[in-house]
Design a protein. Structure first.
Length: 274
């Protein structure tokens, strides 16, 4: 049967597929829109199976704050060309919107949600694999909650951060933006030294001791030196102890307290493609 331009446009709006793919699917489905959608989804499954071993190192990261909650999502693709495509970015935003609407806190939970009245998020991603022709991977999704949450999206959307604070207000939000940029730039390993895992501590102690011995220090002195270097590691790599990037005479904790007495960060999240 003859396929009309309005049918092609309707299928494009529903799936995001290219005009030729939509027309081919409609021809194969004898003009049945729902059957054509199924055909495009099956195409996505075939492409996903073929490209399953491919590396998806490019992609887009979006963070968004909604009052006392913040959400951050990372969808990977194979090429920078796709990552910069406006339709792809709109699709990533639509996934984030689903996560926010349903208030989920993990990629696994998001994948199981309904994207629309026909498809789950997982099925929609599979469909988009067929549309785009690349492997797509919902690699990260997280949520944090506190009195106030601030989001920062770095230009290019390959890096984003969320910061949760124990107070709210205009001055707090502005300070939170500065700290979120700090998180993005400095990549702290934890909020403070109490949040650093034991494996990291043991590794830093071993490295510090080995370096001291290589410098000619006796073993008993090297042990003390390693603990001193561990404290330096805490200062440089935990958020609240880091020098504040906009005024390195203060650490982040002092900057926040100067903004408002008792203001502090309760949690943060940072996703990056590199």
């Amino acid at each position: 049967m003859a396929i009309t331009a309005s049918q092609v446009n309707e299928l494009r709006k529903k799936t995001g597929a290219g005009m030729m793919d939509c027309k081919k699917a409609l021809v194969e489905a004898d003009g049945d829109i729902e059957q054509a959608i199924d055909l495009l989804r099956k195409k996505g499954q075939k492409v996903a199976a073929k490209r399953g071993d491919n590396e998806a190192k490019e992609g887009v990261i979006f963070a968004q704050a909604e009052g006392d909650k913040g959400y951050i999502l990372q969808l990977n693709c194979e090429t920078d060309f796709v990552a910069k495509n406006e339709d792809f970015r709109n699709f990533v935003q639509s996934l984030l919107d689903v996560g926010i609407k349903n208030d989920v806190d993990s990629a696994e939970k998001l994948m199981g949600l309904q994207y629309n009245d026909k498809l789950s998020v997982e099925e929609k991603i599979t469909e988009q694999i067929g549309v785009i022709g690349e492997k797509l991977d919902l690699s990260n999704f997280a949520k944090i909650t506190s009195e106030a949450v601030v989001a920062y999206n770095h230009p290019g959307n390959q890096l984003a951060a969320l910061v949760a604070l124990n107070k709210s207000g205009d001055s707090v939000e502005e300070a939170g933006k500065q700290v979120a940029m700090q998180v993005a730039a400095m990549n702290p390993v934890a909020l403070n030294k109490d949040g650093v895992d034991q494996e990291t501590i043991d590794r830093e102690l071993a490295i510090g001791k080995e370096q001291a011995i290589e410098e000619g220090k006796p073993a008993e002195l090297a042990e003390k030196i390693s603990h001193g270097r561990l404290n330096k590691f805490f200062k440089e790599n935990t958020l609240m102890s880091q020098a504040f990037v906009r005024d390195n005479k203060k650490d982040v904790s002092q900057f926040l307290n100067d903004t408002e007495s008792g203001l502090t960060v309760t949690a943060f999240k940072r996703f990056s493609l590199s």
